[in-house]
Design a binder for this molecule. Structure first.
Ligand SMILES: [Zn+2]
Length: 90
């Protein structure tokens, strides 16, 4: 598993802590791309805004819940990001 390869949701779940993976999966649903970066991953926003267009997420955070919140804060900087699931339960 090399660096730079693009990851899908299943690969993200294997690589990241559950709490962090759930947030990153939301990003994928919103069109973000995720690439492997050693033990971490790197997220790329489709809008490429400088304040959040790309940032890395730790695969080995000391506090997964804190890392998940940090990732969510970064995602919500994007005007295109919605934390609502795209598939609503009916
Ligand atoms: Zn964005």
């Amino acid at each position: 598993m090399g660096s730079g390869e693009e990851l899908d949701a299943a690969a993200v779940r294997k690589r990241l802590k559950k709490e962090v993976a759930e947030v990153v999966e939301l990003a994928i649903e919103n069109g973000w791309r995720v690439k492997a970066l050693g033990h971490a991953v790197k997220l790329f926003c489709p809008c490429r805004e400088p304040d959040h267009g790309q940032f890395s997420v730790s695969g080995t955070p000391s506090r997964p819940s804190a890392e998940a919140r940090r990732v969510m804060r970064m995602l919500t900087k994007c005007p295109h990001f919605s934390s609502q699931p795209t598939r609503k339960p009916s």
